[in-house]
Design a binder for this molecule. Structure first.
Ligand code: HEM
Ligand SMILES: *[C@@H]1O[C@H](CO)[C@@H](O)[C@H](O)[C@H]1NC(C)=O
Ligand SMILES: *[C@@H]1O[C@H](CO)[C@@H](O)[C@H](O)[C@H]1NC(C)=O
Ligand SMILES: *[C@@H]1O[C@H](CO)[C@@H](O)[C@H](O)[C@H]1NC(C)=O
Ligand SMILES: *[C@@H]1O[C@H](CO)[C@@H](O)[C@H](O)[C@H]1NC(C)=O
Ligand SMILES: *[C@@H]1O[C@H](CO)[C@@H](O)[C@H](O)[C@H]1NC(C)=O
Ligand SMILES: *[C@@H]1O[C@H](CO)[C@@H](O)[C@H](O)[C@H]1NC(C)=O
Length: 340
């Protein structure tokens, strides 16, 4: 073989491997900006974002003991409707039918004003950088931790939607009167398994629900003429006092009668004493033969096990279909699509 030919072959081989490796690097960069969230996303562009978010919530906590629960719920209701893209924050406009009007949200989701305050504080430190969807994810972690719960590394890099999905908000979110089969199916549709369902339901260890969310259990459960048989009779009497028949349906009850504002594993021991507030809560423990029963018992007996599972499941929920890279936008005002 002549020397020039060998050189030419070697060159060709090298350029092929160069192209391959460059393509690989390019692909990794491309994937990195499309689909993958990272804990360090704002490390150079807004390094203090988590402290800023936590600071605002910490201040608000002084006048509203419920704010941490309300912010955790906002992130959940965002993620279950077309992914964690801050769609839940959009108001009605010429192009938007707000998810705020959907049945699971209307008259129930609260503290959108606090999200706006957080956004203002973040914008003044790092203008145009942090998405409203990431603010909800950071606020959920800060809220749980400020209430005595676990901490986790929040993955970031979500961008904000330019659309909302009113109809999906009505169908994808679980309802308080749904049975375990439906609850498992709705979580599975989001890529969340039965352990995630039980762990995340532990979010009901703080916050409040309106009488309308559980009065169906108190007097005439499923037209049976009697209350829900899986409801502790002492607790039933307390709830009936709070929510009389034909009374004000917007009156609030604590999810956790023992430690109403603390994030702990009391939710699970409440289920064991038949003191779950919603039917959907009690289903996890009172559905005979269900796989969820052993998980409830394990979370009830060991708070660390619950905390670890909750953190893992929150990261999983936070990963539902984010907009990343050049998809979506960084909204200036969380309530509106930019320029509209
Ligand atoms: C498993 C299915 C679930 C159902 C059926 C459900 C249903 C509900 C209902 C009906 C309320 C009370 C609304 C009202 O009366 O105004 C509520 C409140 C709440 N939910 Fe859920 N939820 C579920 C899962 C979750 C998850 C996964 C989380 C978070 C990880 C969560 C966090 C909360 C919190 C913190 C509150 C209290 C909010 C406040 O006080 O402002 N829920 N939920
Ligand atoms: C980060 O934000 C917190 C809360 O606003 C503030 O107390 C702290 O001084 C900030 N740190 C830096 C380095 O800017
Ligand atoms: C948004 O507008 C629709 C009518 O197009 C209305 O039914 C709904 O209540 C409004 N939602 C909110 C949150 O104001
Ligand atoms: C909050 O998170 C920190 C870690 O950032 C952790 O050390 C602390 O124990 C958490 N708070 C509670 C009450 O668990
Ligand atoms: C659960 O609810 C659905 C819808 O109401 C119903 O079709 C199904 O039979 C119920 N399953 C159980 C086990 O109660
Ligand atoms: C009551 O109705 C709910 C909702 O359809 C269902 O999930 C549950 O199994 C019913 N319970 C009884 C005791 O019939
Ligand atoms: C009802 O609740 C009380 C108070 O927590 C508890 O002592 C009792 O064991 C509960 N009843 C049942 C059947 O779990």
């Amino acid at each position: 073989m002549s020397t020039p030919l060998l050189v030419a072959m070697a060159q060709r081989k090298m350029s092929t491997s160069l192209i391959v490796s460059m393509a690989l690097i390019w692909a990794m960069l491309f994937w990195g900006s499309n689909g993958q969230l990272t804990a360090t996303f704002y490390a150079t562009t807004c390094p203090n974002v988590s402290a800023i978010v936590r600071g605002v919530i910490s201040n608000e906590l002084q006048s509203d003991a419920r704010i941490t629960a309300s912010l955790l719920r906002l992130h959940f209701h965002d993620c279950f409707v077309d992914g964690c893209d801050a769609s839940v924050l959009l108001d009605n406009s010429t192009t938007i039918v707000s998810e705020k009007g959907a049945i699971p949200n209307a008259g129930s989701l609260r503290r959108f004003d606090a999200v706006d305050s957080i956004k203002t504080a973040v914008e003044s430190a790092c203008p145009g950088v942090v998405s409203c969807a990431d603010i909800l994810a950071i606020a959920a972690e800060a809220s749980v931790n400020l209430s005595g719960g676990p901490s986790w590394n929040v993955l970031l890099g979500r961008r904000d939607s330019t659309t909302a999905n009113f109809n999906l908000a009505n169908t994808a979110l679980p309802a308080p009167f749904e049975n375990l089969t439906i609850l498992i199916a709705k979580f599975a549709a989001q890529g969340l398994d039965t352990t995630d369902l039980v762990a995340l339901s532990g979010g009901h260890t703080f916050g409040r629900a309106q009488c309308s969310s559980f009065i169906g259990r108190l007097y005439n459960f499923n037209n049976s003429g009697s209350p829900d048989p899986t409801l502790n009779t002492t607790y039933l009497a307390t709830l009936r006092q709070r929510c009389p028949q034909n009374g004000d349906q917007t009156v609030l009850a604590n999810f956790d009668p023992r430690t109403p504002d603390g994030f702990d594993n009391a939710y699970f021991s409440n289920l064991q004493t038949l003191e779950g507030l919603l039917q959907s809560d009690q289903e996890l423990f009172s559905t005979s033969g269900a796989a969820t029963v052993a998980i409830v018992n394990s979370f009830s007996s060991n708070q660390n096990t619950f905390f670890q599972n909750f953190a893992t499941s929150m990261i999983k929920m936070g990963n539902i279909s984010p907009l990343t890279g050049t998809n979506g936008q960084i909204r200036t005002d969380c309530k509106r699509v930019n320029g509209r």
